[in-house]
Each structure stands twice: as C-alpha cells, then as structure tokens.
Design a protein around this ligand. Structure first.
Ligand code: PLP
Length: 420
C-alpha cells in the first residue's frame, strides 16, 4: 500500500499522473505482483541499479554525488564506448541516415550502412556473410529455431548464457546439456546423439561469470570425430581475444573449425547495442528468411551502426588497444594474486575475485564503492551456492594507477572483512 502512496506523492495526483487500472482483476494482479516482489527481496536476490550521470568510461559520476568513481564493472573492454572517433561516427550516421528506419529490414529497413557493417563483420571474422540483430540476445533467440528441426540435436554447455538457453528452448531439436567444459561428458552425449541428422555443439567462447575460456580445440576435435557443427557465442571475446582480437577461435587456432559465431556490438565493439550471426552464406540467407527476431523487429538505428562500424575499423587498423587491455589485465591479476586473493579464469579481462560467502561479497563491494571503486558482488542464484565473488572487469582505458588503486582498495577491504 505504501508504494501506491509513494507514487501519488511523486506525481502529486494531478494531470499526467499514472492511472491505476481499476477492477478486481487489476487489484488481484497488483497483490500478486507485490507478493512476488517481496519474495525477491526476502530471498536477498533483489537487483538494484546505480544511476550513472556521466558517459560510460573508466571514471564515472554517479547521480546524487559520487564523482571520480573508478569503474570496474562494464563490458567496455576496449574503452570504445566513449572513444571520440566512435562518437563522431555515430553523429555522422545520425545526421546522414536519420534517427531510425521505422521498419524491419525486409520491408524498408535496410540502408547501405547496414549492408556495409554486415560485410565488415564477416571480413573481421573471416566468414562468408553476417546478419545484424537488435541484440545478441535476439541473435541467440533466432538461430536455433531457424536451423534445427526435431531430427537434429543440440549439445549445450550447462553454464551457457541465458540467451543461448532461451534460444535452445525455442527450437524443436533434441536437447543435451553437458557438464561445464567437460569433454568426457560432451563425448558421451555426442555418441548418444549420433542417431540424429545434424549435431550442433553450442558454447560460450568465454564464460562471463568465471572468466574461463571454452576448450575449443578439444570441442572441435570431438565435433570432427562425431560429425558435429560448432557454434560459439563470442560476446566476451570479440575484439580482444587472439593475436588480432578476432576471438576465442583465433586464440585457440580453430578459426576454420567453428561454423557459426554469434556476438554483440554492445560490449567491446563500441558498447551501443546490436548483435549478429556470422558464418556460411546459405545459413545467413536462411536466417534472413526464417529468424523471427530478425523478421519481426526494427532495424538497427544508424547511430548504432555508425559506432560499431568505426569500432571495427579501429580494431582492423591496429591491435594496440587490445594489447593494452591484455597488459592491464595481467597487471591486475598478478598484483591481486600477490596480495593473496584467488582470481578465477586465466588471462581474461573478466577477473572474478573469489570470496565464497554471499554476504562478504556484498559488504566488500559496498565498501569498495566507499573507496571510489565501482565493482559488483555476485552470489546465488547468479553463481553456484558458496561461490560468491566480486567480478572485476578490466578495460584498455584504465590507467596503471587505476589498477593499482583497485588492488590497494581490495587489500584494505579484504583485511577489514577477514578475506585475507
Ligand atoms: N551472450 C552473452 C555471453 C552475454 O554475456 C550477453 C550479454 O550479457 C549476451 C549474449 C546478450 O548480448 P546483448 O546485450 O547484445 O543482447
């Protein structure tokens, strides 16, 4: 009830104030919603949002105070979200091509910049063609249903991203979930799946909660042995893993063995929004005909296309930005290990500081913010029980001083709370 009062107080009850729907069904719905929300609060899994009053970058200003906060929790791995050339490209695309298309692609929503970006993505990944989506969530939601039939099988790592899990739910293929990065389990499931027409192994290239990298070489060997296709989600790899930032397949030397890549434009590649699939041309052609999030959702706005296109240009010109991020990642990981912390994963800018206890992760993250370091604690159900952690994400635009301040703050806070 107090929430209704709070809404009235906020809007003053005058013209333009939200109207509460009347009727018994609306009242019943409201009661149910309130009890669900209380349940989430009671379970301690409520996710609150901090409001940023500045651009995305290594240093932030939070709404209501908090200036000069050092940000260690964005997926802005290469620092391109506020790169001046990326912003300029967005402004130019906005001015030349307008705010948006008011249409899906196949009606009247395809501009030359969409085709150019698709061609650039395919070239970047050394694939035949690419197709854009409004997000990688959509790319993952659209691919499995369009590609796999009840005669096929999909084999998915148990820790794959939610969007892969949801995409697989939508398809009618036979579903196998193999234990996280467990090649014996994958092999057993591939044997079982021999009776089907196609087999598709689906895995994140890099897993965002642990910063660990899928054993793609072994996965591709098994795929070859059991005549399967390999799909990777490269959201946490595109732009920075591998000698020229092409991703996990480049890092592990299997670019010619992975058939399908889905990735995002909303993390390292400028950070605006958008996703894509890249792979064989007939697959991309089929997706344009059958993939529902592509067929029934608006085209990417020109400004977003402009950002991503410029980000790719910068990466194809030089790998200096990716190398700078790798050096900073190394600095953070080695200094934290020397201070006595356990950091999960290896060589990845996702650096989960393993703490175990959920409360400890939450109070330490809060205390880090008091010291000007913005990091987030993760606990069950986002990660397994007893494996709570604070996830730190390193960016190319962090300075060495930023990294050192973060390590110092962790050391102080860790000692204070008995984590060291
Ligand atoms: N796949 C993975 C592994 C992700 O981490 C994310 C984003 O969190 C997505 C897919 C969805 O990407 P997008 O934000 O482009 O929808």
């Amino acid at each position: 009830m107090w929430r209704v009062a709070a809404v009235r107080a906020r809007w003053g009850g005058g013209a333009g104030a939200p109207r509460a729907a009347s009727g018994a069904a609306a009242a019943q719905l409201r009661r149910w919603l309130e009890s669900e929300l209380e349940g989430i609060r009671g379970a301690g899994t409520w996710k609150s949002e901090r409001i940023i009053a500045s651009r995305q970058g290594p240093h932030l200003r939070l709404a209501g105070g908090g200036a000069g906060i050092i940000n260690f929790c964005a997926n802005n791995y290469l620092g391109l979200s506020s790169h001046p050339e990326v912003i300029r490209a967005a402004v130019e695309a906005l001015e030349k091509f307008g705010a948006g298309l008011s249409s899906v692609r196949f009606i009247c929503g395809t501009q030359s910049i969409h085709k150019d970006l698709e061609e650039k993505i395919a070239r970047f990944h050394q694939r035949e063609d690419a197709i854009l989506y409004a997000s990688c969530f959509d790319a993952n939601a659209g691919i499995f249903e369009a590609l796999l039939t009840p005669e096929d099988a999909v084999l998915s790592d148990e820790l794959n991203h939610a969007s892969i899990i949801d995409g697989i739910r939508l398809c009618k293929a036979n579903k196998y979930r193999y234990k996280h990065m467990d090649m014996q389990d994958l092999e057993a499931k591939l044997k079982e799946a021999q009776k089907y027409r196609l087999r598709l192994v689906a895995t994140d290239g890099a897993f965002s909660m642990d910063g660990d990298i899928a054993p793609l070489r072994e996965i591709c060997q098994l795929a070859q042995k059991y005549n399967a296709l390999v799909f990777i989600d490269e959201c946490h790899a595109t732009g920075f893993l591998g000698p020229s930032g092409r991703g996990t397949d480049e890092l592990l030397g299997v670019m010619d063995k992975v058939t399908i890549i889905n990735s995002t434009l909303g993390k390292a590649l400028g950070g605006a929004a958008g996703g894509y699939t890249t792979g064989p041309k007939p697959l991309i052609d089929l997706l344009r005909q059958r993939s529902r999030p592509y067929l029934f959702s608006n085209s990417l706005p020109p400004a977003v296309v402009g950002c991503a296109s410029k980000a790719l240009d910068l990466l194809m010109e030089s790998n200096a930005i990716a190398q700078s991020m790798a050096a900073k990642t190394q600095r953070f990981r080695s200094k934290m290990a020397a201070a006595g912390f356990t950091i999960s994963g290896k060589d990845h800018p996702i650096c989960p500081v393993m703490l175990g206890d959920a409360r400890l992760a939450s109070v330490m993250a809060e205390d880090m913010l008091n010291r000007g370091i913005y990091v987030i604690g993760f606990s069950y159900p986002v990660v397994p029980k007893g494996k709570a952690r604070i996830r730190v994400q390193i960016s190319a635009v962090h300075s060495d001083e930023d990294i050192d301040r973060c390590v110092e703050a962790f050391t102080e806070v860790g000692r204070k709370h008995g984590a060291l």
